[in-house]
Design a protein around this ligand. Structure first.
Ligand SMILES: [Zn+2]
Length: 109
């Protein structure tokens, strides 16, 4: 099987899977020797989905909009995510940009 991205040669090996910062384990995958892209096997993907469900991480991605208050912009954290992370009003957070399209917010610090 050739890499769908660069047409490079793929080798079967165990690769680590993380969902954001949560380590899931190592799973069977095809890894491209050229570009390093990792493709988990179908069985591995099913296993990963199952673990995500068990950990309560399944489908936690939400859309939100930026609004404003005074001179600041406000990002609303959807309730499901706040509940999952145990966030409450007044919580101290840290944030930093990772380039122009990703904002990392650290909580429970
Ligand atoms: Zn490749």
């Amino acid at each position: 099987m050739a890499c769908p991205i660069c047409d490079g040669r793929m080798i079967r090996k165990r690769a680590e899977y993380r969902y954001y910062d949560v380590y899931f384990g190592e799973f069977d995958s095809d890894v491209c020797e050229e570009c390093g892209e990792v493709f988990f096997t179908e069985e591995a993907s099913d296993e990963i989905d199952m673990i995500a469900k068990e950990k309560g991480l399944w489908g936690l991605e939400r859309n939100s909009k930026i609004s404003y208050s005074g001179n600041s912009l406000i990002v609303r954290i959807p309730k499901d995510i706040a509940n999952f992370m145990g966030l409450t009003k007044g919580e101290e957070i840290k944030m930093h940009p990772e380039g122009k399209s990703r904002l990392v917010v650290e909580v429970n610090i």
